[in-house]
Design a protein around this ligand. Structure first.
Ligand SMILES: Nc1ncnc2c1ncn2[C@@H]1O[C@H](COP(=O)(O)OP(=O)(O)OP(=O)(O)O)[C@@H](O)[C@H]1O
Ligand SMILES: [Mg+2]
Length: 381
């Protein structure tokens, strides 16, 4: 593995609010090597976006406190000046947000928005910029790019708008691309196509990617490593194979059990992890997942630190590797978490009865421009 270009060390982010201090990110350490894809996965409120935004100084405010370190090629991002950050944003590290409509200007043509972004960092003639815009739109898979460059954001489908966001982010050939839930609002098949495009672009340009998502299913094909976040902390980190085939943390088992699958019927309900994430205003002592964990025992009230307990990659669960391998539920080759209600105390600890957790509504939503996206997908092939 090459030298990391991004190194996050013991990052801690807190926000002072009227209700108290929100401990949004607690002791997060991560590295990203050139050309690598790191996925940060976790439920809503686990601190993924705060971690990502802290790198680009996008959540600085008088109420926010940042501790630890985040270095990009030697620059300390947490204390960098606004001028230093401006030079890094876009050109070195670019970010794609979840909702393209909030990032695109509704009254400016798509092509002009991309051109503006290019011209902010490079001096080119009008004709050169026009060619570059069309080439970029073409590369992210927007058909009839020359013509579509004249369209406005509302004339694009959700999937097409997200492709525009990727084109914008790639316009200055950044070394790091942070994609925060870039496909969550889209239909699962469109998600898969856009991620596939992102992967191809990464292979062509060598851009390293941090992919933030709550769905482990979308990262399997694109990520090299996965960091699982829960309650502001990383609870497990490993390669894609380690996380999918030998997951150590019960929370990871739960996430694996609630993966969105392209082959699942739309109406089918996905199993989810029972219960809610902890309040980050007053996080529980010890393991943040223990209130929802069917395998909780006394020791969980303290620690546990993120460390390798013999599985070859680190996690934050006190159970031994043998206990973990025995207790995760394997159903039809797929790993999941036993339901908390189905667990009984026994003298040697807790025994699960391997029931499927109650279902939750599918997140797979329709997309206004799905038909167009599907057509483009056909053309992509
Ligand atoms: N500026 C802020 N002030 C106060 N609290 C904040 C602020 N920004 C984020 N938080 C809180 O920090 C926690 C982590 O939020 P974050 O947005 O990082 O979650 P996330 O993992 O990205 O979730 P999602 O999947 O919903 O996007 C949440 O409890 C959120 O309410
Ligand atoms: Mg988020």
């Amino acid at each position: 593995m090459s030298e990391p270009i991004l190194e996050i060390d013991h990052l801690q982010v807190e926000f002072r609010t009227d209700e108290g201090v929100v401990h949004a990110v607690d002791d997060v350490s991560l590295t990203l090597a050139a050309g690598e894809v790191l996925a940060i996965v976790g439920e809503s409120g686990s601190g993924k976006t705060v971690t990502a935004m802290s790198l680009l100084g996008l959540n600085r405010s008088p109420n926010a406190t940042f501790r630890g370190s985040a270095r990009y090629r030697g620059t300390q991002l947490l204390t960098a000046s606004e001028d230093e950050l401006r030079a890094i944003r876009g050109a070195e590290m670019a970010m794609i947000f979840q909702d393209p409509m909030t990032s695109l200007n509704p009254v400016q043509r798509i092509g002009d928005q991309i051109a503006e972004q290019i011209l902010a960092h490079e001096k080119l003639t009008k004709a050169e910029v026009r060619d570059r815009v069309v080439e970029l739109m073409d590369r992210v898979g927007i058909p009839r790019a020359a013509e579509r460059a004249r369209a406005y954001p509302h004339e694009f489908s959700g999937g097409m708008r997200q492709r525009v966001m990727i084109a914008l982010a790639l316009s200055c050939s950044p070394s790091v691309l942070i994609a925060d839930e870039p496909t969550t609002a889209l239909d699962v098949t469109i998600q898969a196509q856009i991620l596939e495009r992102l992967k191809e672009l990464k292979d062509e340009t060598g851009t390293a990617i941090i992919l933030v998502t709550h769905d482990l299913g979308v990262v399997a094909d694109i990520a090299d490593r996965i960091a699982v976040m829960y309650g502001g902390r990383i609870v497990e980190e490993g390669t894609v194979d380690e996380i999918f085939y030998d997951p150590q943390h019960p929370y990871t088992w739960g996430l694996l059990g609630s993966i969105t699958r392209v082959d699942r019927d739309r109406g089918e309900r996905l199993p989810s992890i029972a219960g809610l994430p902890p309040s980050l205003l007053a996080p529980p002592e010890g393991c943040h997942f223990r209130a929802r964990c069917p395998h909780e025992f006394e020791r969980c009230g303290q620690g546990p630190p993120l460390e390798d307990r013999g599985a070859g990659h680190p996690d934050r669960c006190w159970l031994t590797v043998e206990q973990k391998r025995a207790r995760r539920v394997v159903d039809d080759g797929e790993i999941g978490l036993a339901a908390k209600v189905a667990v009984e105390a026994s003298p040697e600890g807790l025994v699960d009865r391997r029931e499927t957790p109650p279902g939750a509504p599918s997140r797979v939503a329709g997309d206004a421009g799905a038909a167009e996206d599907a057509r483009v997908a056909e053309e992509d092939r």
